[in-house]
Design a protein around this ligand. Structure first.
Ligand SMILES: *Cc1c(COP(=O)(O)O)cnc(C)c1O
Length: 494
């Protein structure tokens, strides 16, 4: 079939509507590429990537006056572009905190593109709006959040932090009789915003975007990166004014969870708002064995999380939950006659996220959650946590390698005994690992010390892959140690 189609003249490129066969050829080409891509990355996930100049040479140049055959355009993207793909979807990818898309979520994502729904309003996509309402109720229950909690689907946790903190800002000023949406911040009561020094950059960026950057106080953390309660008490005693406190449920380096019940009690006593950045940590609440590690999660006022990390859906998909529906809607209010809002009748997605026209992300969430069920989500999360513990056990037994964190979730922080050049050592380990093709990990700096970070966040990662990763890290560490000796002895680095 494909060859018969390929022999046809393509008309789509000259603005003539594509025929059904032409559509089939384009979608078929991507389908075939997809299968080949998975096979290639299963066999060899991390080949040396194309460099920037090569990608520019293959894809760049001036926008041509005349369009290309769409098959040719796609073919160039697939062949030249693939050389610049980082296979973070691989079960052997342990970098950052990323996750890899589950097959059902990829398929539902394709469907979402085919349907090309505008996820702004009920009237622009009834199915997206209804699926959104359904997945929000599923997730509120899965995470054990208060009944009545509202949620918006965002591009990621950065945008979810912005949403939660916008609701926070609205609420704490409204409590003082100040409508910040109407009146702005000039002349408003001076707020206090308390964050831990380990908070994510997207939290502080959201606060800056909301005009609160000048009021942020960064509080000290303990050896695991958890907010210290004595620092919080001191900051709370130091003033009064509209109060917002941000805590972390899973910090990127250690996976540490702030002491949530204690923080929540203090924030409530001061009539403040507690926002949680739970980009990946939120999902621990879904596992019977891991839920205790995020005890107190439900006592916050807003939560930001990602689905494109631990739920393993494709980019992009985050979620902002707010326990005070009126603050959520007031912070994001939109009024325009032409929007034909559903009012009380329908739920319009644009009332719950800062975006308007957007991808119907709820469809992918629906398919993924419907497929996994409560048990499937729990198993995914608990398996990742168990494998992180397994990695830590194996690696901590290697002389010269130390596990720098309590492995409470899916993050493993590795420190190396390297006599003088810790940064060079970690750099060599990272490079050796990638060259070996067995695992991909990223470097970080923990308390001033260069370190390696492993994040287990993928449905495909299993015991075999985790053990191979541990072996590869050990081999890379030994090889980097030898290279370090050689370079100290003045030999040419190899
Ligand atoms: C990834 C991450 C974010 C930002 O989320 P995006 O999805 O990249 O916008 C915020 N906080 C934490 C803890 C994260 O891990």
């Amino acid at each position: 079939m494909a060859s018969a189609i390929q022999e046809q003249q393509f008309r789509g490129s000259v603005g003539v509507p594509a025929t059904a066969d032409e559509r089939a050829a384009l979608l078929g080409a991507v389908y075939e590429h997809a299968l080949a891509h998975y096979a290639r990355t299963d066999a060899d996930p991390f080949p040396e990537p194309a460099d920037e100049a090569q990608l520019h040479a293959a894809l760049g140049g001036a926008l041509p006056r005349e369009g290309a055959d769409p098959r040719a355009a796609l073919a160039t993207l697939m062949t030249a572009g693939e050389a610049g793909v980082l296979a973070s979807h691989s079960g052997r990818f342990f970098g950052f905190v990323m996750g890899g898309a589950h097959p059902v979520s990829v398929a539902a994502d394709w469907l979402t593109s085919v349907w090309d729904q505008c996820g702004a309003l009920y009237s622009t996509s009834p199915v997206a709006a209804v699926a959104e309402e359904i997945v929000v109720s599923w997730l509120v229950e899965l995470f054990g959040l208060p009944a009545g909690t509202t949620a918006g689907i965002t591009s990621g946790c950065a945008s979810a932090n912005l949403t939660g903190l916008a609701a926070a800002r609205h609420h704490v000023f409204a409590e003082r009789g100040w409508d910040v949406g109407e009146r702005g911040l000039v002349g408003a009561p001076v707020p206090r915003v308390l964050v831990s020094e380990g908070c994510h950059v997207t939290v502080t960026r959201a606060l800056s975007l909301l005009g609160l950057g000048g009021q942020v106080a960064r509080l000290a953390t303990d050896g695991q990166g958890r907010l210290r309660l004595d620092a919080l008490d001191a900051a709370l005693a130091a003033g009064d004014g509209p109060l917002i406190v941000c805590a972390q449920v899973g910090t990127v380096d250690t996976g540490a969870v702030d002491p949530l019940p204690e923080i929540a009690a203090r924030v409530r006593a001061h009539r403040g708002w507690l926002h949680l950045d739970a980009a990946f940590g939120m999902w621990a609440a879904a596992g019977p064995r891991t839920a205790a590690r995020v005890r107190g999660l439900a006592s916050a006022d807003s939560w930001a999380t990602d689905a494109h990390k631990w739920l393993n859906v494709p980019y992009d998909c985050g979620l902002a939950f707010v326990a005070h529906p009126e603050a959520h809607r007031a912070a994001l209010r939109t009024q325009a006659a032409y929007l034909a809002h559903g009012g009380a009748e329908h739920r319009d997605p644009l009332d719950y996220s800062p975006e308007m026209s957007r991808r119907a992300r709820s469809l992918v969430l629906w398919a993924t959650l419907r497929h996994l069920g409560r048990d499937g989500v729990a198993q995914l999360v608990e398996r990742c946590c168990r494998l992180a513990g397994r990695l830590a056990g194996r690696l901590g037994a290697e002389p010269g390698v130390r596990v720098g964190n309590d492995v409470v979730l899916n993050q493993v922080l590795l420190l190396f005994d390297s006599p003088d050049d810790a940064a060079g050592h970690v750099g060599r380990v990272v490079t050796e690992l990638r060259r070996g093709g067995v695992a991909w990990a990223s470097a970080t700096t923990w308390r001033g010390t260069p370190a390696l970070r492993l994040s287990v966040c993928n449905w495909q990662t299993d015991d075999r892959i985790a053990d191979a990763c541990a072996d590869a890290v050990i081999a890379a560490h030994r090889s980097a140690t030898r290279a370090g000796h050689r370079s100290r002895a003045g030999e040419e680095p190899r």
